[in-house]
Design a protein around this ligand. Structure first.
Ligand code: CP3
Length: 343
């Protein structure tokens, strides 16, 4: 039994005194203790060493006491395991020197044995669960097949992911084969994560908003839905699609426990589009954490009032940015913990 189960209760839609809180990318560069480890070990060494990954996962929890931890790792460990070379270049971000752009390129992409290629993630989960000592739940995650394809084809981050879109629109058969391989790998991977002990999973569709509503259904959502169906009854799933407000109605009917909302969609609109019943998570503008702590606290209170304290998980609308002062992140968390509804 997990002692602080606010997060799991919110996923079930139970009535609570206050909503739970965590932050996307909460283990990150705004933390001085994270930067200390980052100076010593490169990115994938941190991901692949269970002692380091579990330690980094615990850092924000020790400092702030969030209501859920999220395993330190990356969505790009999936293409890596599928035989696609992935590097994290300082100053540039993800770098895939041999992108997948033709049917021939696709031939070398495999659906791997998860234990062989990603066993280190399961070890990190087990170690983190021990460190958490049943205090709070642990979230596991994966990227959406579309978001993973974006990196596999583009070869690096992008403002438009134009090459990824071109690939889908000019070679749809090859694109669907790649998306299916990523989906199959992700399902196997998340099932192993469940066995290793995670208490919920989040699917990050960070670049879903690059697609039109019609293309979103074809190249992203149908694969998200396959993953959600495969996990049904096994674990609560949160789906987060950045810029995907147009698909919220479909997402709300998919069987997920909660939906992530970005900051461009108001609480009112999000509740309206999702039919008012499903748990929502979000949606503080991450850059708003640069406002003074007193402003952050007022805005967080307003945000909770707008979403309503029930069926709600407080979070940012995307990952925390590196230049957030530690005391501003503290103000965000404290504002939730001291929340009292009016009247
Ligand atoms: O939320 C957490 O604290 C868990 C850790 C986590 C990381 N990446 C660690 C990380 C999670 C959940 C991710 C997911 C991820 N990775 C996504 C989806 C979520 C999102 O933010 O949209 C995406 C698109 C990636 C791919 C990725 N990894 C990018 C684009 C970058 C570089 C971005 C940048 O800011 O430079 C990474 C690197 C990365 N992943 C870092 C961290 C803490 C920063 C680099 C480092 O630590 O060396």
């Amino acid at each position: 039994m997990i002692k602080n189960d606010l997060f799991l209760k919110a996923l079930k839609g139970e009535t609570l005194d206050r909503p739970p809180v965590w932050m996307m990318r909460q283990a990150g560069r705004y933390l001085p203790e994270f930067m200390e480890i980052k100076e010593k070990y490169d990115f994938f060494t941190r991901c692949q060493t269970p002692e380091l990954a579990s330690e980094i996962t615990m850092q924000p929890i020790r400092r702030y006491g969030m209501d859920a931890a999220i395993l330190f790792s990356d969505i790009l460990v999936i293409p890596q395991a599928m035989n696609i070379h992935v590097e994290m270049k300082p100053g540039l971000g993800p770098w895939l020197p041999e992108p997948i752009r033709t049917q021939k390129d696709l031939e070398r992409v495999i659906v791997p044995d998860i234990h062989e290629t990603l066993g280190y993630v399961m070890e990190a989960i087990k170690m983190t669960k021990e460190k958490l000592n049943e205090e709070i739940p642990l979230i596991g995650f994966a990227g959406s097949p579309w978001t993973i394809l974006c990196y596999c084809v583009q070869g690096q981050g992008s403002k438009t992911f134009d090459k990824a879109k071109e690939f889908c629109f000019t070679q749809p058969t090859t694109a669907h084969e790649l998306l299916q391989k990523i989906t199959d790998t992700t399902v196997l991977y998340l099932k192993e994560k469940v066995k290793a002990g995670v208490n919920a999973v989040q699917l990050f569709d960070s670049w879903g908003g690059m697609l039109s509503p019609t293309d979103y259904q074809e190249f992203s959502w149908q694969y998200m839905q396959q993953i959600i169906d495969a996990l049904e009854g096994l674990i609560p799933v949160i789906a987060f699609g950045k810029g995907c407000w147009f698909a919220l109605d479909t997402m709300a009917k998919s069987g997920v426990s909660a939906l992530g909302i970005d900051w461009t969609c108001s609480a009112k609109n999000a509740r309206y589009l999702t039919g008012g019943k499903i748990t929502l998570q979000g949606n503080f503008d991450p850059v708003r954490l640069l406002s003074p702590p007193s402003v952050i606290k007022t805005m967080v209170k307003e945000m909770i009032d707008d979403f309503g304290k029930d069926r709600y998980i407080v979070n940012l609308g995307h990952g925390i940015v590196p230049n957030v002062p530690v005391e501003n992140a503290a103000a965000f968390i404290e504002a939730v913990k001291s929340y009292k509804a009016e009247g």
